[in-house]
Design a protein around this ligand. Structure first.
Ligand SMILES: [Zn+2]
Length: 278
């Protein structure tokens, strides 16, 4: 009897101690994520440009998680949030209609929206932020599919290995499989592909040759893999932008040229009649 009573007393003391702690307030997702419902079959995402710290939440440590590649990283994609907003504004000017978007204001030190949930966050307090990012993105994708039957998601990132280059990430064509089925491989790799259209507007892009592989490390992460093609009827491309395309003094010009490229892309591949009708 005595042996059974001791653990019960310990349990009661533990529960009493827990009850005395003030409950931690849920983090208001709206303060840490920017989202816009749009009017075009174009969705922008930028998960790594946030700088906001979360009060009372420890930074992620990544203990036991492989580093680099598709593993653990806290690397910051500077100004990609600003590039997304300038790009959205330039699209609105060019089309007269708004694109959809989602971007992180939270720092990647706390949540990584471009990783599967098991390696994206560590504190249970940050789980709702991760889910809010993906709920918004999924909602936008479903909305676009319903209204237009197809769409393009551009996931915007920054890389430090070539400042004058934007690397394409589509898992070598997998995340744009719908586009390739409907319009052939030229819509993915040719001069009239999205990256081909960027190249004609003075962007240095990689890869350039039709049969060249995407650069290792920039082949497209969780977001383009999750939303690209199969599940949501959306084609998704990751853009890994060098600093020349994220420099604050150049953002407006970069965004205007990108919007011009996506306008031509929409005319070719995004049901121009639906785009004009909505
Ligand atoms: Zn990134």
């Amino acid at each position: 009897m005595i042996r059974a009573t001791v653990p019960i007393i310990a349990l009661v003391i533990t529960l009493a101690a827990l009850a005395e702690q003030p409950p931690k307030k849920p983090i208001p997702a709206a303060d840490y994520i920017g989202s816009q419902r749009g009017e075009l079959p174009i969705i922008l995402s930028a998960p790594h440009g946030g700088t906001k710290r979360l009060p009372d939440v420890p930074e992620r440590q990544g203990v036991g998680i492989p580093k680099g590649g598709s593993g653990f990283s806290i690397a910051f994609d500077s100004n990609t949030d600003l590039l997304l907003l300038e790009f959205a504004a330039a699209i609105q000017t060019k089309f007269g209609k708004k694109p959809y978007y989602v971007f992180a204001k939270f720092s990647r030190r706390f949540v990584d929206a471009n990783r599967p949930p098991e390696i994206a966050y560590e504190s249970p307090l940050t789980k709702p932020l991760y889910e809010a990012y993906h709920d918004a993105l999924a909602l936008h994708c479903r909305d676009v599919k319903k209204a237009f039957g197809t769409g393009l998601l551009l996931d915007i990132h920054g890389q430090g290995s070539a400042r004058d280059t934007i690397f394409r990430g589509t898992q070598n064509g997998k995340t744009v499989s719908l586009l390739r089925e409907r319009f052939g491989d030229k819509a993915h790799t040719g001069p009239k592909s999205f990256f081909g259209l960027l190249a004609t507007r003075e962007f240095k892009v990689h890869p350039t040759d039709a049969d060249a592989k995407e650069r290792a490390g920039f082949t497209g992460g969780h977001i383009v893999q999750k939303y690209g093609s199969r599940n949501y009827a959306i084609d998704a491309i990751q853009l890994e932008c060098g600093f020349d395309y994220r420099d604050k003094t150049k953002l407006k010009d970069v965004a205007r040229r990108m919007a011009d490229a996506i306008h031509e892309y929409a005319g070719l591949y995004l049901k121009a009649d639906a785009v004009n009708a909505k």
